[in-house]
Write a protein that binds this ligand. Structure first.
Ligand SMILES: *[C@@H]1O[C@H](CO)[C@@H](O)[C@H](O)[C@H]1NC(C)=O
Ligand SMILES: *[C@@H]1O[C@H](CO)[C@@H](O)[C@H](O)[C@H]1NC(C)=O
Ligand SMILES: *[C@@H]1O[C@H](CO)[C@@H](O)[C@H](O)[C@H]1NC(C)=O
Ligand SMILES: *[C@@H]1O[C@H](CO)[C@@H](O)[C@H](O)[C@H]1NC(C)=O
Ligand SMILES: *[C@@H]1O[C@H](CO)[C@@H](O)[C@H](O)[C@H]1NC(C)=O
Ligand SMILES: *[C@@H]1O[C@H](CO)[C@@H](O)[C@H](O)[C@H]1NC(C)=O
Ligand SMILES: *[C@@H]1O[C@H](CO)[C@@H](O)[C@H](O)[C@H]1NC(C)=O
Ligand SMILES: *[C@@H]1O[C@H](CO)[C@@H](O)[C@H](O)[C@H]1NC(C)=O
Ligand SMILES: *[C@@H]1O[C@H](CO)[C@@H](O)[C@H](O)[C@H]1NC(C)=O
Ligand SMILES: *[C@@H]1O[C@H](CO)[C@@H](O)[C@H](O)[C@H]1NC(C)=O
Ligand SMILES: *[C@@H]1O[C@H](CO)[C@@H](O)[C@H](O)[C@H]1NC(C)=O
Ligand SMILES: *[C@@H]1O[C@H](CO)[C@@H](O)[C@H](O)[C@H]1NC(C)=O
Ligand SMILES: [Cu+2]
Length: 561
């Protein structure tokens, strides 16, 4: 299948001034493609036949158009992860939240409005589990005339960490829904679409980055995995962190990074070691008790150019143990905004809405204990004990057109029951949640603080929480129960990181703040796909403000429900 991406140059007349605006237009053809990995053929959904999909290169503040054409056999939607899309939820992408899916044979023209983002983001499917293979990088360059807040790297490379099943992802997904248990663990992790040398039959195609001694490489790392936080590192090289989620950070150096599904981390790698070949590697961080997980390691190669005799096998980085929560929390807690004159921060201080959201895995009784969850139960997940149920008409359309009966507006600000959230043993009645489609309506410009509290109901886990439509400041986090007297005293209001995804630590808490200055319907969910599918989701409706630039843009032609 040939693919064309074309540039359309248009002239706008704006406020009496002629502006020559280069508005790029791209075509994303979603289609089935057969690939061979781990010695077996597999038919997967791809964009433009590429896996991972095409990288989008834009400049800060651009608006681009993407024609998404569904030539596959499944419903699809595309989400631009971390792109705030001011006033334009129409093109955000989560199915049943802002649109009905693009059905096979149909198409949808999406407008992607970039604003303050600068650095690395990504795009991915937001329909069932199609994002396993339908994803790609988004590189957002700084505006012309500005410079990086670090020495300009010589070369820039997207590094997409993926998670792969040898079987069709829809088979895995259907079985997961039907059984009521945890999904089958994946067969491999991937770096730029390849598992690497530590798996059988994988060497052909292993990603290799050839480096020149003395140069600096900007690795734009994206965690596109479905179910796991990952540790990543490069043998013998330290990594200098400079950004996360398309926002710059204070620089710090580490031998490894922890990266959540949904998150991006930009690091500088200085090619300053003895010329040789070295592995970069990623593997899971998984600390949930008794949860099986894919404990394999994916690798790619950093190869110095020049004439030398390389060591017989490349050395591997030493990464933290799979259950090393301190290593995970320590890395994530080290992220700090630049918070300087060129990159100021704007943390809301006058909070109008304080929410406390518990994040739990749940378990429902199942007839004859015949489901595959613990003790024959059916697993679920919830926020404030509500397991979100997808409606059959999208919430944005229902809100915009005043369609009744699609959703309720009673999402609770506090959990219905107060208990020791992180106790080792909890009574079984806490395992049942309420299934509902509830949203929280916010007035324009509300200032929101959310304390996410992970619970040990059924089993504690890390929850990478992702908010659409906004970036938020992460002002605090800790292990155990949040203490509403003492913990706020330690909030960082000076240089908190600005993220769109943040891992709430296992049996711990995280506090975020944002200003609801983007009207629309915005999804918030755990970015572990099993938790999202089980209902660890919430929706904000932000109403229009009074001024015209605080109101929703008119809808484009949306896919029919
Ligand atoms: C994969 O498909 C190719 C082309 O159809 C075929 O030649 C090859 O034998 C298949 N490999 C496996 C492992 O099934
Ligand atoms: C998109 O769908 C519309 C309506 O079915 C159709 O008229 C149009 O040709 C399609 N465009 C493409 C590029 O497939
Ligand atoms: C940036 O500006 C320089 C000098 O003004 C110009 O040569 C270059 O083409 C510009 N680059 C882009 C991407 O606009
Ligand atoms: C990883 O998986 C292998 C094979 O199933 C098993 O032997 C090993 O104990 C596992 N390691 C961890 C840390 O779970
Ligand atoms: C992590 O796993 C190792 C090996 O499986 C075990 O010895 C250790 O006690 C575990 N650490 C924690 C904090 O659970
Ligand atoms: C991370 O660990 C280092 C070394 O133990 C320590 O100095 C630092 O304070 C820790 N940072 C966080 C955020 O926990
Ligand atoms: C805080 O915000 C509220 C609501 O917008 C406003 O009425 C109040 O004056 C603000 N307080 C301060 C100290 O800014
Ligand atoms: C909550 O449970 C944890 C873990 O069992 C325990 O350490 C803590 O003391 C308990 N807190 C309260 C207030 O009971
Ligand atoms: C929203 O709040 C910001 C910051 O206080 C203020 O500058 C802006 O005017 C407000 N917008 C509206 C429409 O109230
Ligand atoms: C399974 O049953 C045992 C024994 O009643 C109980 O201790 C355990 O908490 C149950 N697990 C779940 C997840 O319900
Ligand atoms: C603070 O936490 C305590 C104990 O969980 C609870 O009783 C109280 O209502 C909380 N206060 C606020 C303002 O949330
Ligand atoms: C696909 O989308 C259509 C239109 O919204 C919907 O009616 C149908 O149920 C969807 N199919 C699946 C499997 O979700
Ligand atoms: Cu989760």
């Amino acid at each position: 299948m040939r693919v064309f991406s074309l540039q359309v140059f248009s002239i706008f007349i704006f406020a009496g001034i002629f502006q020559c605006n280069a508005q790029a237009r791209y075509t994303f053809v979603v289609e089935e493609t057969t690939i061979t990995r781990l010695c077996s053929n597999n038919t997967i959904l791809t964009v433009n036949g590429q896996f991972p999909g095409p990288t989008l290169y834009v400049n800060k503040g651009d608006t681009i158009i993407v024609d998404v054409i569904n030539k596959g056999n499944y419903n699809i939607t595309i989400h631009w992860h971390g792109v705030k899309q001011p006033r334009n939820p129409w093109s955000d992408g989560p199915e049943w939240i802002t649109q009905c899916p693009i059905q096979p044979g149909a198409n949808f023209t999406q407008t992607i409005i970039f604003s303050t983002e600068e650095g690395t983001l990504w795009w991915h499917a937001h329909s069932d589990w199609a994002r396993a293979t339908v994803h790609g990088a988004v590189v957002i360059y700084r505006k012309n005339g500005t410079s990086y807040p670090f020495p300009k790297p010589d070369v820039e490379v997207p590094i997409i960490l993926g998670e792969y099943w040898k079987s069709n992802i829809y088979t895995v997904y259907d079985q997961f829904l039907q059984s009521g248990g945890d999904p089958n663990v994946s067969d491999a992790y991937l770096i730029n679409g390849q598992p690497g040398d530590l798996y059988a039959c994988s060497s052909p195609g292993t990603f290799k980055l050839t480096v020149d001694y003395g140069l600096t490489y900007l690795l734009r790392i994206i965690n596109a995995a479905m179910q796991d936080l990952l540790f990543f590192g490069v043998a013998n090289h330290s990594l200098t962190v400079v950004g996360s989620d398309a926002s710059y950070t204070k620089q710090f150096t580490s031998n490894y990074i922890t990266i959540s599904p949904g998150q991006t981390i930009d690091v500088l790698l200085h090619a300053n070691q003895t010329p040789d070949h070295y592995y970069m590697a990623a593997k899971a961080y998984s600390s949930t008790v008794n949860l099986s997980f894919d404990n394999t390691t994916t690798t790619a190669i950093i190869q110095y150019s020049g004439n030398y005799t390389p060591s017989s096998t490349p050395p591997l980085p030493s990464l933290p143990l799979y259950n090393d929560t301190n290593a995970s929390v320590n890395f994530t807690g080290s992220l700090r905004s630049l918070a300087n004159q060129n990159h100021p921060i704007n943390v809301p201080k006058n909070i109008t809405h304080k929410f406390f959201y518990t994040l739990s895995v749940n378990a429902f009784p199942c007839a004859n204990n015949s489901c595959s969850g613990p003790n024959g139960t059916r697993l679920a997940a919830s926020v404030n004990n509500i397991s979100f149920v997808d409606p059959h008409v999208d919430i944005l359309q229902a809100y915009y057109n005043n369609i009744n009966g699609v959703y309720g507006t009673r999402f609770p600000d506090f959990p219905p029951l107060v208990f020791n959230y992180t106790a080792t043993y909890l009574p079984l009645y806490l395992e049942i949640s309420q299934r509902a489609t509830e949203v929280r309506v916010l007035e324009y410009n509300s200032t929101v603080e959310i304390v996410f509290q992970g619970t040990n109901v059924v089993a504690g886990a890390d929850h990478p929480m992702h908010l659409h439509g906004f970036s938020f400041y992460v002002v605090g986090s800790g292990l155990g129960n949040f203490n509403n007297i003492t913990d706020p005293l330690n909030y960082n209001l000076v240089d908190p990181p600005l993220q769109n995804t943040i891992a709430v630590p296992i049996n711990g808490w995280t506090t975020i703040r944002f200003r609801a200055s983007n009207p629309g319907v915005w999804f918030m969910h755990c970015h572990l796909d099993r938790h999202m599918s089980w209902g660890m989701d919430a929706v904000f409706i932000v109403r229009n403000g009074n001024t015209s630039n605080a109101q929703l843009l008119p809808p484009p032609t949306m896919p029919p429900c």
